[in-house]
Design a binder for this molecule. Structure first.
Ligand SMILES: Nc1ncnc2c1ncn2[C@@H]1O[C@H](COP(=O)(O)OP(=O)(O)OP(=O)(O)O)[C@@H](O)[C@H]1O
Length: 264
């Protein structure tokens, strides 16, 4: 049964024959159904997108600028509020989940890390503090180490860090919430190649060691090929292709093909 399904705005239901259950052996972590967003001026930003995001896998989202990738990503933890009954987490409509709880379970990392005032340790403790939990120094060190930073960073402040280090702190801060899903919006586009590699390594480690489900938007096809299990190509508010990373050359949608040719 085809389980990864994309839009039907032109009246043609495009079904992509990647079977999520066969790939992951379980129900999708996130189910998106007929998700549409209309902008204030009446143009369609997302056109009836449907998509299953398999549990424990890394889904890459690529496509031209302005095609709706970030809007899609932001709908998954209600940074943009999707209509009811369009986005489900473990089968539950996310508009029925308390938004703070949802964002703890579905964490997000942006292109540029924004650290709060205080030390790196204060940042890492932030989420658990909100829930009345105090992380020990050891807990903080473990999270920093997982994010590929050594314990000596705990006492530093944001102004002492490079962008790449700050992004790893932001990742450790997100991981302190023990998310089940990570949404990454171009998380390495401001980073040098070494910092990029560090973050990519952590993303893959999170999948392998913790079974975290990840959706990553990237402009780098090479990055997506390095980390993702499945790639969605978004064009003009629609998911027009869903492929394995090594099958990108098999894309048939004309805009997707053009995008891939120009980007490679
Ligand atoms: N809050 C908003 N109000 C109106 N239009 C919006 C809003 N957010 C996004 N858009 C428009 O929706 C379209 C898709 O934007 P989005 O940021 O999702 O695309 P994207 O594929 O992530 O782009 P990029 O790769 O450049 O980040 C764009 O035309 C954008 O101008």
């Amino acid at each position: 049964m085809p389980l990864l399904v994309s839009g039907e705005s032109d009246g043609v239901l495009r079904e992509h024959l990647l079977d999520v259950e066969a790939l992951s052996g379980q129900e999708p972590k996130i189910r998106v159904r007929d998700l549409t967003r209309v902008s204030d001026d009446g143009s369609l930003i997302l056109k009836g997108v449907s998509m299953d995001i398999p549990k424990g896998m890394i889904v890459g989202v690529i496509g031209p600028s302005g095609s709706g990738k970030s809007t899609f990503l932001r709908s998954l933890n209600r940074l943009w509020e999707p209509p009811a009954t369009t986005v489900f987490l473990d089968g539950v409509d996310i508009t029925n989940i308390d938004v703070i709880t949802l964002r703890r379970r579905v964490g997000m990392l942006f292109q540029l890390p924004v650290l709060f005032e205080g030390t790196v340790a204060d940042n890492v403790r932030y989420g658990p503090n909100l829930r009345g939990e105090k992380l020990s120094d050891q807990d903080v060190y473990k999270l920093l180490t997982f994010a590929d930073l050594d314990a000596s960073f705990a006492k530093k402040t944001g102004s002492e860090l490079s962008v790449g280090q700050a992004q790893r702190v932001a990742l450790a801060r997100t991981l302190a919430n023990e998310p089940e899903v990570l949404l990454l919006d171009e998380p390495t586009s401001a980073l040098d190649p070494i910092s990029t590699e560090n973050i990519e390594d952590v993303i893959v480690k999170l999948k392998k060691q913790r079974g975290i489900t990840t959706v990553i938007v990237s402009h780098s096809i090479k990055q997506i090929q390095r980390v993702a299990d499945i790639v969605c190509l978004v064009v003009d508010g629609e998911i027009v292709e869903v492929l394995k990373p090594d099958e990108l050359s098999q894309a048939t949608h004309p805009m997707a093909r053009r995008f891939l040719q120009l980007s490679s």
